[in-house]
Write a new protein. Sequence first.
Length: 145
Amino acid sequence: MGMASPQPDGSGHPPLPELELDNRAFWTGGGRGELLISRCAACRRWLHPPVPVCRYCLSTDVISTPAVGTGTVFSFTVNHQPWMPGMAVPFVVAVVELDDEPGLRLVTRLTGVEPADVRVGLPVRVVFEQHEDVWLPLFTPREAA
Ligand SMILES: [Zn+2]
């Protein structure tokens, strides 16, 4: 997944991903409120980051599929370094394991939570932050069921 070169535009958000054929659905699904994750239509395994060929069964029948959008914090780090001028710090970069399948994880940023309140296992749900034509999938705590 390529990242665009940082632009010193003072926009206060991290560099946006470059949209490519394989990752476009993931970065734009938020426009419809959907967390779109690649899923193999042959063996039904989820695949992230997006890839054109299933790593489990080598099928090319990989389809962007709406995930449930909930998960738990698998690991996290508190970042005190602003990626961009004007970006608020500290912020939490987390690996979230999605509820759709054990081991299906993505790297994201947490929002709506103080860094001191983040813990492994924290239940979270996706929220989208739009920048230009990209909807960044961020995660925020959800109430315990
Ligand atoms: Zn497969």
